[in-house]
Design a protein around this ligand. Sequence first.
Ligand SMILES: C[S@@+](CC[C@H](N)C(=O)[O-])C[C@H]1O[C@@H](n2cnc3c(N)ncnc32)[C@H](O)[C@@H]1O
Length: 480
Amino acid sequence: MTALARYYSIVDDDKAFAATARRPQPLFVWTNTLRTTSRQLVDVLTPDGYELTPLDWHPQAYRVSCQNGNGRLGNHWAYLAGWFHIQEASSMIPALLLDPQPGERVLDLCAAPGNKTALMAQALGNRGTVVANDVFWERIRPLRSAIDRLGLLNVSVTCHDGTAYPHTAGEFDCVLVDVPCSCEGTSRRFPGLLKRPPTRRISKRFRKQQLLLEAAIRRCRVGGRVLYSTCTYAPEENEAVVDAVLGEMSGTVRIQPVSLPGLKSAPGLTAWAGQSFQGDLRHTIRIWPHLNDTGGFYIALLEKIGGDSHKMSDPPEIAHMDFQTASGSTQQRLDDAARMFDILGERFGIDPSVFSDLQLLNKSRRDIYAVAADHRPPQMAKCISGLPLFHMHLQYPKLTTSCAAVFGRKAVRNLIDASPGQLQAYLARKSFTLKKDQALACDGSGYVLVRYHNAVLGVGFYDQNQDVVASLFPRSRAAM
Ligand SMILES: C[S@@+](CC[C@H](N)C(=O)[O-])C[C@H]1O[C@@H](n2cnc3c(N)ncnc32)[C@H](O)[C@@H]1O
């Protein structure tokens, strides 16, 4: 039996399913509405040869096709400026169905590389709390980069085994548990997956998936929502896991029907391979690739209706300027931070009131971080909250690219409106010469902000003697 034939008996149209699952996948993006509007995004990408078609079920998300093979979308300046995020369309659905509301505290238990975290944090308007956890630090790096690039001030990142996620993280109103799985639904991106025999692909992860879902339920408050998802078709990793947990935690959770206007889906199974599942599993959904021309997904939304929620008091609020006091140099760091705010005020004319709605943290002793004023991070070791504003460990404290991109929009001077050529040089970390009018607009040597199409991309250093700006765009993001 071929890998896909295993599912012909449970799919509505086996030919369309098999054909779509073997076709390369379209590219999808969503607009970062914290930075721009969908209209502006379409206006900047269209002249560069990209055609954007809105998704029926998410007006800020688009299918993108490239007319002239115009390079990688991830190298486009609008991507580097955090105007949009690239994410497979079916993978957006869990975050949209969980639909966290302002004021709700959200946990993403298996979060890396952070696509769903980013979508939820953005939907919350950069306020409140999203805690993104993953068991592997190395997978957290891309998650952190996405947070920085998109300018998210409401995310804390933790690294912990999700099956034993600690109580000290506090209670959550919504928990997303997007478990590791055999990933059959990603065959359009990774066709090699279909070449392996089904029995090897269908993981023996059932127990781990069950433990992760149970841990998610424990961390959720009574009355809250837990969303279980996979990107696989295998009922062993989908309905069977949810069915087992409903049995184990009877009276604690119940299935909530879900739908997204404009999205086509199929009901979850109530039987497979001689095993029957609870009838309510028909309210979970299967996204077959041919239904919306996407990847494949499985989604179950649960409401917590009882049981032990391990209630604990809310984590304490972070004090404004919560600098660690263990080191003798606390005063020095406070002075350095104050100097950085002076630079932002004097050099760029940024009104200090833009920082009044933030909490500032210096947990790492290297960088000063900012989080939304109402952000409530978990009280856990290995927790990184918010965005780095200033690197303090260098000989001269440095303004970060994230800080420039988020707050540079309020700058009124020492802003360079780059030409296309200057932009290209800046993003490739090369120095570029200023035109006369650009040089006249700078107050002597010092930091400048580099802007293109109203997007501040980052920081440069202007040397007045040479009329040259050295690019300080981070190596990790540079367009090579
Ligand atoms: C399907 S991926 C998550 C994708 C992510 N939600 C997104 O949208 O970008 C599953 C993740 O679970 C993580 N994982 C595996 N075992 C885990 C555990 N015991 N606790 C927490 N995370 C785990 C993996 O490292 C992997 O990043």
